[in-house]
Design a protein around this ligand. Structure first.
Ligand code: FEO
Ligand code: CA
Ligand code: CA
Ligand code: CA
Length: 525
C-alpha cells in the first residue's frame, strides 16, 4: 500500500488492519532532538517549537445570514469535496453544552425563561461549515456558503427505527454532542453524551422524571422525554439531514468510531463515558447500514463481546419487553449480559498499523484511579467482527508518563498517536493533579529513540480542554477544538480566561488550525 492510498484511508477515518509496518514505522530522526513543552498554567494556547495556530472560528461568529457558530465546540471532522483537492471541503463541529452565564445571561435566582432556554437550545448540536485554504496557507470559513448550516437543540430529527421512542417518531433536537466519527459513505456521527443535564433522566421503575439531573432545567419549558436523547446521530454534511441511529443504543456516548469491513459492512465502537460504564460495538448485517445489525458489550474480564440481541438472550427477555426497550435502557441490559464497568471509556481510535482498538479510560476518582489509561483491545485474528478479544494496557497516565486523564485521540499520517487530556476544572491545579497544570495535547511517537514515550505538544488556556483533534488528509493541518476556556469564572467581571481575544474580552470556545514545520517533521515529511 502506498502512502497516497494510506492518506486516503486516513482521510476517510478508516484504519487498515493489514498495513505493512515497514512503510510507516521507518525511523524518524526528527525525534532525536525534538522536545515537547513543559506543563503550563498560563491563559494561552501554547505550542511546541515550530508549530503555530490560527483561530478558524469562535462562539457567536456568523456563519450565514441567519446562523451563528454554537457554544463549547468539541468533535471536528474535515471532509474534502474531492480527495485530490484537499484544501476545500466541509468542516463539521460538535457543540456539546452551554454555560448559562455566557449563553443566556442566566445566573441563577429566578426561574429561567422560555426564551433563555431557547437561546441555550440554539447553542448546542453542530455546525456545518465550508472551509478553504487560501493562497497564504490559512484556512478560512466561507461565510454565507450554501453548505453552512446549524443543527441545534431545536432541529426536528427522526429516529431511524421501526418503532416509536417514547411514543414519538421524531425528537426535538440533538444535544450533549461530545465526540463522534465518520462513516465510509461520508456522513458524520455526532454522539449525545451527558444528555441528562438538559431534560433529566427517566426513572424506569415508576416512569417518573429524575428532575435533579436536569440542572440546565430545559424540562421546565419543554416536556421532551429523556428517552429522546443519548443516541448516536448521523448527519449528512452536504444537506444537514439527520437521523438518530437507535440500533447503536442509548447511553452517554462519547464517540462512534467506524471500521469498514471488506464486504462494505461496518463495525462501530462506542464508549459510555461514565464511571463503571461499558464499551460497545455494533456489527452491521448489511453494507452501508447503521440500523440493521447487532449490538454487543465488552466483557473485558473474559475477553468477549456479549450480545444485546433480545431474541438471543433469555436474561434480556425476562427483564425487558422488546429490543427497543433494551436499546433505551442499554446500561441495565449491558450489565445483565456481563458487560464490564470501566473507568469512563471515552474516545476510541483504531491503530492504522496494527488494527488494535485503543480506548481512553479517563479516570475513576472513586477508586483512586486519578490518572486514567489507554486500554488496548486486540480482536481475535485482528478481525473486527470477532466476538473474542485480548485486552491489554497500552499506556498509563501518571507522573512518570507526564499526563493525566486521556480523552480524545487521533493518529497522524505516519501513525503517531496524538491525544488530549481532560482533567476536570474542579480538580485542576489541586493534588493529585497539580503538577500537570493546564490540560494538554500529547504525542506518542511511533518510531525512533522516543517511540512509545509521551511528550506534551500543546497546553490549553485557563480552565479549557482541547478536544476533537482531526488531521487534514495531507497531514499538514491539525484541526483542534479549544473548549470552555474560563469555565470556572465566578461572574462576567471576574473572568479566569480571556482567550482567544485577550484584553478584557469574554473567553470563547474556538476551533483552531495548527500547522508548521514541526507538524510535518513529526510525520517524516
Ligand atoms: Fe464530553 Fe466524555 O467528554
Ligand atoms: Ca470528550
Ligand atoms: Ca478521535
Ligand atoms: Ca472528557
Amino acid at each position: 500500500m502506498d502512502r497516497r492510498t494510506f492518506l486516503d484511508f486516513l482521510g476517510k477515518g478508516i484504519a487498515m488492519t493489514a498495513l505493512s509496518p515497514s512503510i510507516l514505522a521507518a525511523n524518524n530522526s526528527f525525534f532525536d532532538s525534538f522536545q515537547g513543552i513543559a506543563p503550563s498554567d498560563e491563559d494561552e494556547l501554547k505550542l511546541a517549537k515550530g508549530l503555530s495556530y490560527d483561530v478558524l472560528i469562535k462562539w457567536e461568529d456568523p456563519i450565514s445570514k441567519k446562523d451563528t457558530f454554537g457554544f463549547n465546540n468539541d468533535y471536528t471532522a474535515f471532509l474534502p469535496f474531492d480527495p485530490a483537492k484537499p484544501d476545500d471541503g466541509i468542516l463539521w463541529v460538535n457543540h456539546e453544552y452551554v454555560d448559562p452565564m455566557f449563553v443566556s445571561n442566566y445566573v441563577g435566582g429566578d426561574e429561567k425563561t422560555k426564551e433563555q432556554v431557547q437561546q441555550e437550545q440554539y447553542n448546542v448540536g453542530g455546525s456545518i461549515l465550508r472551509i478553504k485554504k487560501t493562497a497564504k496557507g490559512k484556512w478560512k470559513v466561507q461565510k454565507n456558503d450554501p453548505i453552512n448550516k446549524r443543527i441545534t437543540g431545536q432541529t426536528e430529527i427522526p429516529f431511524n427505527w421501526p418503532h416509536p421512542i417514547a411514543d414519538k417518531k421524531v425528537a426535538m433536537g440533538t444535544l450533549a454532542n461530545c465526540s463522534g466519527g465518520i462513516t465510509p459513505w461520508g456522513t458524520i456521527l455526532t454522539c449525545e453524551e451527558n444528555y441528562d443535564m438538559f431534560y433529566g433522566e427517566r426513572n424506569f421503575k415508576d416512569g417518573s422524571l429524575i428532575e435533579k439531573r436536569a440542572f440546565l432545567g430545559w424540562h421546565k419549558h419543554f416536556d421532551n422525554p429523556p428517552e429522546h436523547y443519548g443516541w448516536v446521530v448521523e448527519v449528512d454534511p452536504h444537506t444537514g439531514a439527520a437521523k438518530k441511529q437507535v440500533a447503536l443504543g442509548r447511553c452517554a456516548h462519547e464517540c462512534a468510531t467506524v471500521k469498514e469491513l471488506p464486504d462494505g459492512r461496518v463495525v462501530v465502537y462506542s464508549g459510555d463515558d461514565s464511571v463503571n460504564e461499558c464499551l460497545y460495538k455494533f456489527i452491521s448485517s448489511k453494507p452501508g447500514s447503521l440500523s440493521e445489525g447487532k449490538l454487543y458489550v465488552a466483557n473485558v474480564r473474559l475477553g468477549l463481546w456479549a450480545s444485546l440481541d433480545y431474541e438471543e438472550s433469555p436474561i434480556l427477555q425476562k427483564k425487558f419487553k422488546d429490543q427497543t426497550e433494551v436499546l433505551i435502557r442499554l446500561r441495565e441490559a449491558a450489565k445483565l449480559v456481563g458487560g464490564t464497568g470501566l473507568d469512563r471509556p471515552e474516545d476510541i481510535e483504531i491503530d492504522p498499523i496494527t488494527g488494535h482498538v485503543l480506548v481512553s479510560l479517563t479516570n475513576n476518582t472513586g477508586t483512586k484511579n486519578y490518572y486514567g489509561s489507554i486500554l488496548k483491545i486486540v480482536e481475535t485474528d485482528n478481525d473486527h467482527t470477532s466476538l473474542t478479544f485480548k485486552p491489554d494496557k497500552y499506556l498509563a497516565g501518571g507522573v512518570e508518563t507526564g499526563f493525566a486523564c486521556p480523552d480524545n485521540m487521533a493518529f497522524d499520517t505516519a501513525g503517531n498517536l496524538w491525544f488530549t487530556s481532560d482533567m476536570s476544572g474542579s480538580l485542576m491545579h489541586k493534588e493529585p493533579y497539580k503538577e500537570f497544570k493546564n490540560n494538554g495535547l500529547f504525542l506518542v511517537p511511533r518510531s525512533g529513540p522516543k517511540a512509545g514515550q509521551v511528550m506534551q505538544i500543546a497546553s490549553a488556556p485557563s480552565d479549557a480542554e482541547m478536544t476533537g483533534p482531526f488531521f487534514s488528509p495531507d497531514g499538514k493541518t491539525l484541526f483542534l477544538s479549544v473548549q470552555h476556556p474560563g469555565e470556572y469564572s465566578k461572574n462576567l467581571e471576574e473572568l479566569t480566561s480571556h482567550w482567544p481575544d485577550g484584553g478584557n474580552s469574554l473567553p470563547r470556545s474556538s476551533v483552531v488550525t495548527i500547522s508548521g514545520e514541526t507538524l510535518e517533521a513529526i510525520q517524516g515529511m
